[in-house]
Design a protein around this ligand. Structure first.
Ligand code: UTP
Length: 289
C-alpha cells in the first residue's frame, strides 16, 4: 500500500459569502481567534504525517503564500526585542514541503483538484477543504489515515446531521459498517430530504487514489455547471474500495457566517486565557446578568 505523502488544499474559490471581508484577502486567511483557517488545516495534515502541501490558488491569494513563508522583518524585529519567535517559525513551510499551482478560472472543486495532477503524480493523496473546520483529538485526517493504513483504497470523512439538514450537503448511501468505517455504495449531492439515502454527510476531508485524476481529466460538468469532485468520486465507487470514516469530533462550516462565528466561540472557550472571561461575557449578553 502506497503511503499518503501529499495533500491538496483547494483555495481558489471566490468566497462570495464573506464579502466584503474577502474582497482583498482570501477566505482561508480569515482567523479563528488568532490563527487563519488554512493554518488549522495544514496543522491537521502535518499531524496525519503529510509531507507536502499543495495549494491550488488563484488571483488575489498571495497572502496564503506569504503566511507560510519566512516573515523576515517580523522575525528580526521580534528577535531583537527578545520576543518568542515560535508563533512565527511554527507556521513556516520549507520549499520542499509546499507547492503552489493556479486554477486560472473557478470552474469547480473537481477542476481545482485536477489542476494539481502533475504535482501529485501517480500516488494516493489527501484533500482538505479549509473552510470545513474540523476539531478533534486526534484530528480528522489522522483518524482517516489510521483507517487508511489498515484498509487502503479511497476514504472520505462523514458525519451525522439531523435528517432535515441533508439537502445542503453531499450524502452517502451506506453499505456494511465496522466500527467507525462504513462502506460507501453511492454519493448523492444535495438530495431532497425524502430521497436522502442516509444522514451521513461528506465533510471536507478525502484520501483518494490517483485514478480520480483520470476521471477529472474528462472535464465533465455537473451541478451548477461546475466540474464536481463528487461526480468523479461517484464514478470510482464499485470499481475501487470506497469507505467512509465517521469523524469523532466537532465540525464547523466556516463557509457560512453562523458556522464561522460558532467556531470562533468554541475555540475561544477552549483557550485557557480566554475561556473564563468569554463564558462570563457570553452569559451576560444572553441573560443580561
Ligand atoms: P465553496 O463552495 O465554499 O466556494 O468551495 P467558495 O468560492 O470558496 O465560497 P462562496 O460559496 O463563494 O462563499 C469549497 C472549496 O473549494 C474551493 C474553495 O476555495 C473552497 O475551499 N474551490 C471551489 C476552488 O478552489 N475552486 C473552485 O473553482 C471552486
Amino acid at each position: 500500500m502506497q503511503k499518503v505523502r501529499k495533500a491538496i488544499f483547494p483555495v481558489a474559490g471566490l468566497g462570495t459569502r464573506f464579502l466584503p471581508a474577502t474582497k482583498a484577502i482570501p477566505k482561508e486567511m480569515l482567523p479563528i481567534v488568532d490563527r487563519p483557517l488554512i493554518q488549522y488545516a495544514v496543522d491537521e495534515a502535518r499531524e496525519a504525517g503529510i509531507e507536502q502541501m499543495i495549494f491550488v490558488t488563484g488571483r488575489g491569494k498571495g497572502a496564503i503564500e506569504d503566511h507560510f513563508d519566512i516573515a523576515f522583518e517580523l522575525e528580526k524585529t521580534m528577535g531583537e526585542r527578545g520576543r518568542d519567535l515560535s508563533v512565527l517559525t511554527s507556521t513556516r513551510l520549507a520549499p520542499g514541503n509546499c507547492a503552489y499551482v493556479r486554477q486560472q478560472e473557478p470552474l469547480g472543486l473537481g477542476h481545482a483538484i485536477w489542476c494539481a495532477r502533475d504535482i501529485v503524480g501517480d500516488e494516493p493523496f489527501a484533500i482538505f477543504l479549509p473552510d470545513e473546520f474540523m476539531v478533534g483529538a486526534p484530528g480528522c485526517m489522522k483518524q482517516m489515515m489510521d483507517v487508511y493504513d489498515r484498509i487502503g483504497g479511497n476514504i472520505i470523512s462523514v458525519l451525522e446531521v439531523p435528517h432535515e439538514q441533508v439537502s445542503s450537503y453531499g450524502v452517502i448511501a451506506p453499505g456494511a459498517s465496522d466500527g467507525t468505517v462504513t462502506q460507501v455504495r453511492a454519493l448523492v449531492e444535495k438530495p431532497k430530504i425524502a430521497d436522502a439515502p442516509s444522514n451521513l454527510i461528506v465533510s471536507g476531508r478525502y484520501i483518494l487514489q490517483p485514478d480520480v485524476m483520470r476521471i477529472l481529466e474528462r472535464q465533465e460538468k455537473g451541478a451548477g455547471g461546475e466540474i464536481q469532485l463528487t461526480d468523479a468520486m461517484a464514478q470510482m465507487i464499485g470499481n475501487q474500495p470506497f469507505n467512509a470514516v465517521t469523524f469523532d469530533g466537532r465540525r464547523f462550516d466556516c463557509g457560512s457566517h453562523l458556522g464561522y462565528v460558532e467556531a470562533n466561540v468554541a475555540i475561544a472557550l477552549d483557550r485557557p486565557h480566554l475561556g473564563d472571561a468569554l463564558t462570563k461575557s457570553l452569559r451576560q449578553m444572553l441573560t443580561g446578568r
